[in-house]
Design a protein around this ligand. Structure first.
Ligand code: CTP
Length: 222
């Protein structure tokens, strides 16, 4: 049964943390999973906004796209949009650290050792989850190289998520994914090895079912 269209906010891709005008810290995220989720959600009739970091992917059809660079930009754009959405699917690989100082001029080499001081960024997912009302659904991702289930379960609790999608570094940049999803009831649901656009549909279906429950709950239990 198709539900009424949701307003879904999706994030994707890496962020870039600039050291100087030409150098940055980033990660290998291609954005493919988040773009596939945004495309699948729009295809299912939802109103979708995709906030993404630097990627080499075309905008999915019928999706409103906001392009950002840094973790700070990602936070600002997400905080601004979030109050108007029913669900968040946070697939972006947001940098955890950013250079403590940014140089407006290109840094010159000195021949000596150099130490780069990093400062933590804000956790976008935890911030949005904390600032939600009970009608809003929040799904996060966990990228884990070891102790996947335990680490993902702890993120679900710590960031107060409705569900978390666990994936592995091998999924970065490729077109297929093998993920497992943990929901608040403690049940793990492994999805089959499939192209990312098929996995994306499963994730959107999950968002639909969680959102249906949250939107239908009587106000006193919110
Ligand atoms: N996330 C975020 N803001 C950050 C870091 C992560 O919103 N500054 C989100 C990611 O988009 C993802 C979830 O948090 O949905 C988990 O990201 P992950 O990189 O797996 O974990 P971290 O929270 O960064 O923790 P750790 O580095 O210890 O694994």
């Amino acid at each position: 049964m198709r539900m009424r269209p949701l307003r879904i906010l999706v994030t994707a891709g890496p962020t870039r943390e600039y050291i100087d005008p030409v150098r940055f810290i980033s990660n290998d995220s291609s954005g493919k999973m988040g773009f596939a989720i945004a495309a699948a959600a729009a295809q299912r009739g939802h109103a979708v906004t995709l906030i993404h970091g630097p990627v080499a992917l075309p905008a999915p059809p019928a999706v409103s796209v906001v392009s950002v660079i840094s973790a700070r930009d990602m936070l600002r754009a997400c905080v601004e949009h979030w109050p108007r959405y029913d669900a968040l699917i946070m697939a972006a690989a947001v940098a955890d650290y950013t250079p403590a100082a940014h140089s407006d001029e290109k840094l010159k080499k000195t021949g000596d050792e150099m130490t780069l001081k990093l400062a933590p960024t804000a956790d976008v997912l935890a911030t949005l989850s904390k600032n939600r009302d009970a009608r809003q659904t929040v799904i996060g991702f966990a990228l884990e190289s070891h102790n996947g289930r335990a680490n993902a379960a702890s993120k679900l609790t710590r960031k107060n998520l409705d569900a978390i999608v666990l994936n592995h570094p091998a999924a970065i940049g490729v077109d297929r994914s093998v993920v497992e999803i943990l929901t608040r009831d403690g049940v793990w649901n492994p999805l089959p090895d499939a192209p990312k656009d098929e996995t994306a549909v499963r994730i959107v279906e999950l968002a639909e079912s969680i959102a249906a429950g949250r939107l239908a709950a009587p106000s006193e239990s919110r």
